[in-house]
Design a binder for this molecule. Structure first.
Ligand code: C2E
Ligand code: MG
Ligand code: MG
Length: 246
């Protein structure tokens, strides 16, 4: 009903390159605003996943994120890649890759402008099907990130079996990074491991200058968090981009 009543919108949060300061990507985050007030994705996404409704909702997300990115291209915005979250349940659809390919064509968007975020649990389920789908995305030019890295079932062997571009270090490791030696050690090790596998690292949930400085000192590639910007509607995102020092 939320789909037919047009109650969903997308917000966009910048992902920033630590070296250049450029906004390298925009993560599309779903918002639901029913007439009775708003409900956070942490509450409705798990229900959508359990019921299978994440499939049509997820298609809405991909289609609208691609459309939005194409609008930015028309405005001459070349840089940020549009990144969408994809649930394991969506990968169970045999035609996910073809569906995404069709949506890109529909809006005339190049796959180099799209990225996907997947969960560690996906990499542990049906590995053969998942490898096939991820290879197809990767060959198209779609970038692949592992979301919330370090919180799921970790079998590090998947890091060499799948075509992964980025690991997103979960917010729970970043929060106390500047004060807790254990978190500092874990994040330092993740960065070193990823780099030796030729995978880039994005820190999630960066809220303070101290966290940012720590990440910079350890050679982290990119970050995302309230320190730079909260997720925001498309129009605000565009304003933010055009106000960056160049
Ligand atoms: P996620 O993919 O890990 O997205 C990052 C979440 O962290 C977002 O929450 C974002 O608002 C929040 N965040 C970003 N920076 C900070 C920070 O500095 N501090 C704090 N405390 N939080 C920060 P959000 O938008 O509520 O989304 C929650 C989760 O819901 C997402 O986590 C993702 O797993 C899921 N989700 C959201 N949109 C979609 C979607 O379209 N499809 C699917 N499958 N899942 C989605
Ligand atoms: Mg995400
Ligand atoms: Mg995350």
């Amino acid at each position: 009903q939320a789909l037919t009543r047009d109650e969903f919108t997308l917000y966009f949060q910048p992902i920033v390159n630590l070296g250049s300061g450029e906004v390298s990507a925009a993560e599309a985050l779903l918002r639901w605003n029913p007439s009775a007030g708003s409900i956070g994705p942490d509450r409705f996404i798990p229900v959508a996943e359990e019921t299978g409704l994440i499939v049509p909702i997820g298609e809405w997300v991909i289609r609208n994120a691609c459309r939005e990115r194409q609008k930015w291209a028309v405005l001459g915005i070349t840089q940020p890649r549009m990144v969408v979250n994809i649930s394991a349940r969506q990968f169970a659809q045999k035609n996910l890759v073809a569906t995404v390919g069709r949506m890109l064509q529909e809006v005339d968007l190049s796959p180099e402008h799209l990225g996907i975020e997947i969960t560690e649990s996906l990499l542990m389920e049906r590995p053969e099907d998942t490898i096939r789908a991820l290879n197809a995305f990767s060959n198209m030019g779609v970038q692949i990130s592992v979301d919330d890295f370090g919180t799921g079932y970790s079998s590090l062997s998947y890091l060499k079996r799948f075509p992964l571009d980025k690991l997103k270090v979960d917010r729970s490791f970043v929060r106390d990074i500047a004060t807790d030696p254990d978190d500092a050690a874990i994040v330092t090790a993740i960065i070193a491991m990823a780099h030796s596998l030729n995978i880039k690292v994005v820190a999630e949930g960066v809220e303070t200058e101290q966290q940012l400085e720590f990440l910079r000192s350890r050679g982290c590639d990119e970050y995302q968090g309230y320190y730079f910007s909260r997720p925001m509607p498309s129009a605000e995102f565009i304003v933010k981009l055009s106000n960056l020092p160049s």
